[in-house]
Design a protein around this ligand. Structure first.
Ligand SMILES: NC(=O)c1ccc[n+]([C@@H]2O[C@H](COP(=O)([O-])OP(=O)(O)OC[C@H]3O[C@@H](n4cnc5c(N)ncnc54)[C@H](OP(=O)(O)O)[C@@H]3O)[C@@H](O)[C@H]2O)c1
Length: 252
C-alpha cells in the first residue's frame, strides 16, 4: 500500500478538476480522478500515469460513489483529502423554467457533493482524520439574475460546508469550501457576458492546492472579484436589487 497521501477529485476529467489532478500529482499526491468521460479521464492520467488513476463515476449515483471509495481505498489506501468538484453550468432562462432542469443541476452540483461525503465519511470518522473540500462558487454568495439553479446549488454547498465545519472539527476532520470567480474552462466557454479577472485552470489549481495545504476553510479567488461580491453580499435588498438589475441589464 502507498505511503503517499491520497486525494480523490470528482470532476477531474476537465477544467479545474483536471488541472487540480495534475497539480496534486506534481506535488507528490496519489490522485484518484473521477468523471463520467473515460477518454478524457485517460488523457488526464497520461500527465503522470504512476500518480493519477481513473475511477469513472457519475456523482449522482449514490451506490456508485460508495463503490468508487471502496475501490480507491483498496487500491491506493485511505483517502486523506476528497475534493467534490463535479459541476454543471449556469445558463438559465426564467421563460423556460423547468423543475426537471433545476433539480438535475442541483443533483449534480449539490447532490454529487452530498453523495461523495456520504461515501467517504465513515472511513474518515473511524480514522478521526481527513479533509473534505467542496467546489462552490462566488455565484453562491448571492442570488443573481439568469443563474438561479446554479446560484441555488452553490449557496447550498456553502451552507452545507459552514454547517458541517464545527461537527466535523469535533471528529478530527477538516472541511474547506472553494469559491472561484471566473476560470477559463468548457463551463465558462459558453458564457456570452464579460467575465472580469478570468484566470486559467492551472492558476486556479495552484491557488486551490495552496489553500488546501494550509487547511483554510474558505479558498476564494481571484481576490478582487471575490471581495467585490462579498460587498454585494452584505448590501440590503433595497440597494442590492436595483444594482444587480442594472448590471444584468448592461450585460444582456
Ligand atoms: N469555470 C469557472 O469559472 C467556475 C467558477 C466557479 C466554480 N466553478 C465550479 O468548478 C467546478 C468545475 O467546473 P469547470 O469550470 O472545471 O467545468 P468543466 O470543465 O465543465 O468540468 C466539469 C467537470 O464536472 C464533471 N461532471 C459533470 N457532471 C458530472 C456527473 N454527473 N458525474 C461526474 N462528473 C460530472 C465533468 O466530467 P464528465 O463530463 O466527464 O462527467 C467535468 O470533469 C464546478 O463545480 C463549477 O461549478 C467553476
Amino acid at each position: 500500500m502507498s505511503t503517499h497521501r491520497v486525494v480523490w477529485i470528482t470532476g477531474a476529467s476537465s477544467g479545474i478538476g483536471a488541472a487540480l489532478a495534475r497539480e496534486m500529482a506534481d506535488h507528490g499526491w496519489q490522485v484518484a480522478a473521477s468523471g463520467r468521460d473515460r477518454a478524457r479521464l485517460a488523457s488526464v492520467c497520461e500527465h503522470l500515469p504512476a500518480a493519477i488513476h481513473a475511477f469513472p463515476l457519475d456523482v449522482t449515483d449514490r451506490a456508485a460513489n460508495r463503490s468508487v471509495v471502496a475501490a480507491i481505498e483498496s487500491r491506493l489506501g485511505p483517502i486523506d483529502l476528497a475534493v467534490f468538484n463535479a459541476g454543471v453550468g449556469s445558463a438559465f432562462s426564467v421563460d423556460r423554467f423547468d423543475a426537471e432542469d433545476v433539480f438535475s443541476r442541483m443533483q449534480i452540483n449539490y447532490g454529487g457533493a452530498v453523495n461523495g461525503i456520504d461515501a467517504v465519511l465513515a472511513s474518515m470518522r473511524s480514522r478521526r482524520a481527513g479533509h473534505i473540500a467542496l467546489t462552490a462558487s462566488v455565484a453562491g454568495f448571492r442570488g443573481m439574475p439568469g443563474a438561479a439553479p446554479y446560484c441555488a446549488s452553490k449557496a447550498a454547498m456553502i451552507a452545507l460546508a459552514e454547517s458541517l465545519r464545527p461537527d466535523l472539527a469535533a471528529r478530527g476532520i477538516d472541511i474547506s469550501v472553494i469559491t472561484p470567480g471566473f476560470v477559463a474552462t468548457p463551463l465558462t466557454a459558453k458564457n456570452r457576458f464579460p467575465m472580469p479577472f478570468i484566470i486559467e485552470p492551472d492558476e486556479a489549481a495552484r491557488r486551490i492546492r495552496r489553500g488546501l495545504a494550509a487547511r483554510r476553510f474558505e479558498i476564494t479567488f481571484p481576490r478582487r472579484l471575490s471581495y467585490m461580491l462579498k460587498v454585494l453580499q452584505r448590501l440590503p435588498y433595497a440597494a442590492y436589487f436595483p444594482l444587480i438589475q442594472r448590471i444584468a441589464g448592461r450585460n444582456s
